[in-house]
Design a protein around this ligand. Structure first.
Ligand SMILES: Nc1nc2c(ncn2[C@@H]2O[C@H](COP(=O)(O)OP(=O)(O)O[C@H]3O[C@H](CO)[C@@H](O)[C@H](O)[C@@H]3O)[C@@H](O)[C@H]2O)c(=O)[nH]1
Ligand SMILES: [Mg+2]
Length: 207
């Protein structure tokens, strides 16, 4: 068999044969049967399940003068059932709707933490678990003004949310990663990003 043209678009190496919806409730679980064109030119049949709950956004709120970050703490059953005995410490995050991701994350920050945010800087997009979950997360950072807190946040009780807001020294948040007290990937990624970019560490007080 001839080897495929290496410039062939990926879409031309995939023949989707069947899509079965296994569950359609909060999210959609599908079983997909497809043929994939391998590098050796043979078509191989694969079944791949996809868990689709839409896309999301998350943000690191930081304050250079105080050298602090805003994190949340909440109950996450999927983490609990897989061995996490504590509430999860996370950056604020939410699912995307029709609004643009920046507007969504500003609204989510208000809902979860009570801080009013005018704008946020997009840094990148990433798949958290690309072998099974379709979700792409939009990552943001923004400097927060401690005086801009308009409410206590906490999330939506009617949706089962009970979100505690933490304002922590950046150094303590980094230490919590080392101690295994922060075990959420998006949160670790954002804190490491802030360290690598010098967003906080080494920042000179400007007031
Ligand atoms: N009824 C029902 N409600 C659910 C279910 N799963 C979650 N919820 C509720 O749906 C709401 C979703 O809240 P958001 O703040 O929009 O999303 P999130 O759960 O914080 O998700 C964010 O973080 C996740 C974890 O890192 C990300 O996966 C996700 O993309 C997003 O960024 C919450 O009230 C939650 O309780 C479910 O299976 N059934
Ligand atoms: Mg959330």
């Amino acid at each position: 068999m001839n080897t495929p043209d290496p410039t062939l678009p990926l879409a031309e190496r995939i023949r989707l044969k069947e899509v079965k919806t296994l569950s359609e409730d909060w999210s959609v679980l599908r079983k997909n049967t497809l043929e994939f064109l391998r590098q050796d030119g043979t078509w191989q049949t694969q079944t791949r399940e996809t868990y689709d709950r839409g896309n999301g956004a998350t943000i690191l709120l930081y304050n250079r003068k105080q050298q602090t970050v805003i994190l949340t703490r909440q109950f996450r059953y999927p983490a609990f059932v897989n061995g996490c005995p504590d509430l999860l410490v996370e950056t604020p995050a939410g699912l995307l709707d029709e609004a643009d991701p920046e507007a969504c994350i500003c609204r989510e920050v208000k809902e979860e933490t009570g801080y009013h945010l005018e704008k946020a800087q997009k840094i990148f997009e990433a798949f958290s678990s690309p072998g099974s979950v379709t979700e792409k997360l939009h990552y943001f950072v923004a400097e927060y003004d401690p005086a801009s807190r308009e409410s206590s946040g906490g999330g939506l009780k009617e949706e089962g949310e009970e979100i505690e807001v933490l304002e922590l020294p950046f150094s303590e948040a980094l230490h919590m990663i080392e101690m295994g007290k922060i075990v959420d990937a998006k949160t670790i990624l954002l804190l490491q990003y802030a360290k690598a970019q010098g967003l906080l560490a080494g920042a000179v007080s400007d007031g």
